[in-house]
Design a protein around this ligand. Structure first.
Ligand SMILES: *Cc1c(COP(=O)(O)O)cnc(C)c1O
Length: 241
C-alpha cells in the first residue's frame, strides 16, 4: 500500500518534472496540500515530511484542525466559499484566502484582521470558464475588485485563483489556465502587485504549471480519493468537497 509519504513524494516529483519540462524556475511552484475532510493524523503525517502549507474549505472543520495543530508552524489557506458570517474566523485564523469574490467580504476581512497579525494574503477567484454554476468573478469584474482590494490596508493582494471545469480534455484545460494567466499578466502590466497564480489540482497540475501556476492545490493525489459522494450540496455550487 502506498503511504501518505509515498504519495506526497510522487506529487513533489510531478511538480519538479513539470517545472523542468515547461522551463519554469526550479522551486517556483508551491504545493498547497488540500486537507479538507482529512483527519488531523493525516495532516500530521504529511507535515512530518516537511509540508507546511495546508488548504481547507470548510470553516468549522478547519478551526478544529488549526487548534489541534497550533503548536506547529503551519500556513493555513482558506479555499472554500465565504459567507459573511465566516469572515471573522477566517481573518483571525488563516494566513491566506484564495476564494475572494466580492467587495463586501473583502471589507469585512480587512476590518476583522487582527492588528497583531500581518495583512491577510488574498487571491481573487475567477470564473474563467464562465459557467453559471461556478463561483468566482467574470474576468470583466476582476479588475474592479482587484483595485478595491489594493486600497484595503489589512489585506495583501497576491493574485488570482481559478477552479475551471474538470475535463479530461487537456487542450480545453490548458485554454482555461492560459486565459487566467493572460488576465493575471494584464493586471501586472497595469502595475497591480500580483505574484500568485493559484491553479491546478491533482488531475491537471502539469497543465497548470505549463501555463504559469505558482501554487497548485492538491488533495486526492496526496491524501487518497475523498469518500464523500459527488452529489453532496457543495459540488453543485462548483466547489469540490
Ligand atoms: C478540493 C479542492 C482542491 C483539490 O482537489 P483535488 O482534486 O483533490 O486535488 C483544490 N482546490 C479547491 C478549491 C478545492 O476545493
Amino acid at each position: 500500500m502506498q503511504t501518505l509519504h509515498d504519495r506526497l513524494q510522487a506529487v513533489r516529483s510531478r511538480i519538479t518534472e513539470a517545472e523542468k519540462c515547461y522551463h519554469r524556475t526550479p522551486g517556483s511552484v508551491q504545493l498547497l496540500a488540500v486537507s479538507k475532510t482529512r483527519p488531523v493524523d493525516d495532516l500530521i503525517a504529511v507535515m512530518q515530511c516537511g509540508q507546511t502549507h495546508f488548504g481547507e474549505s470548510h470553516l468549522q472543520e478547519a478551526l478544529i484542525k488549526i487548534k489541534a495543530l497550533s503548536q506547529n508552524n503551519i500556513t493555513w489557506h482558506f479555499i472554500g466559499p465565504i459567507q459573511s458570517n465566516k469572515t471573522k474566523n477566517i481573518a483571525m485564523h488563516f494566513d491566506w484566502v484564495h476564494s475572494l469574490d466580492r467587495l463586501s467580504i473583502a471589507q469585512r476581512l480587512n476590518k476583522q484582521r487582527p492588528i497583531s497579525l500581518s495583512p491577510l494574503n488574498v487571491c481573487v477567484q475567477v470564473n474563467i470558464s464562465n459557467e453559471a454554476s461556478k463561483a468566482g468573478l467574470t474576468p470583466m469584474d476582476v479588475l474592479t475588485l482587484v483595485r478595491q482590494v489594493v486600497d484595503l490596508p489589512r489585506l495583501q493582494l497576491r493574485g488570482l485563483m481559478t477552479l475551471p471545469t474538470l475535463t479530461s480534455d487537456t487542450a480545453q484545460q490548458r485554454r482555461a489556465f492560459h486565459a487566467l494567466w493572460e488576465l493575471w499578466s494584464q493586471l501586472k502590466h497595469a502595475n497591480l502587485p500580483l505574484d500568485t497564480l493559484s491553479m491546478g489540482m491533482s488531475q491537471d497540475l502539469e497543465t497548470a504549471i505549463a501555463e504559469g501556476a505558482t501554487i497548485v492545490r492538491v488533495g486526492a493525489a496526496i491524501f487518497g480519493e475523498r469518500k464523500i459522494p459527488p452529489t453532496s450540496p457543495d459540488t453543485s455550487k462548483g466547489h469540490y468537497l
